[in-house]
Design a binder for this molecule. Structure first.
Ligand code: NAI
Ligand code: MG
Length: 326
């Protein structure tokens, strides 16, 4: 069976790490058909549109999409691309690796972030020169869908349960509905949950990240708290993510275009390659996914390493070392 994979490298180091990810996928005995498409600042400059219609349509019809990063136009690219795959949850694992300098080497967390609403629903107004407002949207439907995914994720991964991070003591209606719905679905499905206020959670993961495993949160909280976790495990070059919808999904490193190092061929390809491992898992190639993960882990531990991790290797050297270990 051939899997059609949309490949959207975007701008900056997206153009360097995305080919590294497809090289790794090509090294496996799986029949992939990669179809490349443009998005981001460069294509916007040429055509006026950061996300050409063909790219949107490709992501909406391919079995899965690999995305790199976009620059200033990131929001105009990634939000519609997530919509194209119908994504309702952003899965963001944050774990430290042996051999990589981390503030909290014991960190091993997965954020399941609501991906369609909350304060990112786009309802902002400038009422007067003095007053701007934002309407936060929480629906039972989206909270329920996220909770059902979280229960499945918890069971499939043999996790003990999950933590709901919210601020329902202040945002009583919106986070109240979120928390109540997620807890109710979990209870119906027999999945254990506990709860934490998101501000207290920010302190707690810095002090003692081991007390958390799977964390389910609203959109903005998931964005901010997962970036905080990135800081605990040694930086953005290591964090993959998946945007999952009912029938398709988009995989991307958490990092951006890294203009400070773009073009030098020294970007760390780990985040993009670990995103490709998440793609493999999504397409039910579990063995191949864990082989890719082990190859990345042992390369992080024994080198070669890119400059962000204290080494002097090129993106290509690290990618080749990972492929050799496969
Ligand atoms: P960034 O993630 O691009 O870079 C932050 C820092 O981390 C830089 O010092 C960079 O060199 C380093 N870094 C990131 N990924 C790395 C890798 N793989 N290997 C080695 N070092 C790495 O975030 P920043 O600087 O805030 O944004 C730069 C541009 O990227 C902006 O135009 C922003 O809009 C865009 N962006 C796009 C995203 C997306 O497409 N999903 C996400 C975040 C930012
Ligand atoms: Mg972010």
């Amino acid at each position: 069976m051939t899997h059609e994979i949309a490949v959207v490298p975007g701008d900056g180091i997206g153009r360097e790490v995305t080919p590294a990810a497809t090289d790794v996928l090509n090294a496996l005995e799986i029949d992939f058909e990669f179809v490349e498409a443009e998005a981001g600042d460069a294509v916007a400059e040429e055509t006026g549109a950061p996300l050409p219609e063909e790219t949107y349509d490709l992501a909406a019809s391919a079995d899965a999409t690999l995305f790199g990063a976009a620059g200033e136009t990131a929001a105009d690219v990634i939000l519609p691309l997530r919509e194209a795959v119908g994504s309702f949850v952003n899965v963001r694992p944050a774990r430290a690796y042996p051999g990589v300098d981390a503030v909290r080497p014991e960190t091993d967390l997965v954020f399941l972030r609501e991906n369609t609403e909350g304060v990112y629903a786009g309802h902002e107004d400038r009422l007067t020169d003095d007053v701007a407002t934002l309407t936060r949207v929480t629906t039972e439907t989206a909270s329920r869908r996220l909770a059902e995914f979280a229960c499945e994720y918890t069971r499939d991964g043999d996790h003990d349960g999950f933590t709901i991070a919210h601020k329902a003591n202040v945002m009583r209606e919106t986070d109240g509905l979120f928390r109540e719905t997620v807890a109710e679905v979990a209870s119906d499905e027999g999945v254990a949950t506990d709860e934490v206020l998101m501000d207290a959670f920010a302190t707690e993961i810095c002090l003692d990240p081991e007390q958390f495993d799977v964390v389910v949160c609203p959109n903005l909280a998931g964005d901010v708290l997962s970036d905080l976790a990135a800081g605990l495990v040694g930086g953005l070059g290591l964090l993959p993510s998946a945007n999952v919808g009912p029938d398709r999904a988009l995989f991307e490193p958490v990092h951006g275009t890294a203009p400070d190092i773009a073009g030098e061929g020294v970007a760390n390809p780990a985040a993009a390659i670990l995103s490709a491992a998440m793609l493999l898992e999504y397409l039910e190639y579990d063995e191949e996914a864990s082989a890719v993960r082990s190859a990345v882990e042992s390369t992080l531990e024994d080198g070669p390493r890119t400059p962000d991790l204290g080494g002097d290797a090129k993106t290509e050297d690290v990618t080749n070392a990972i492929i050799e270990r496969l």
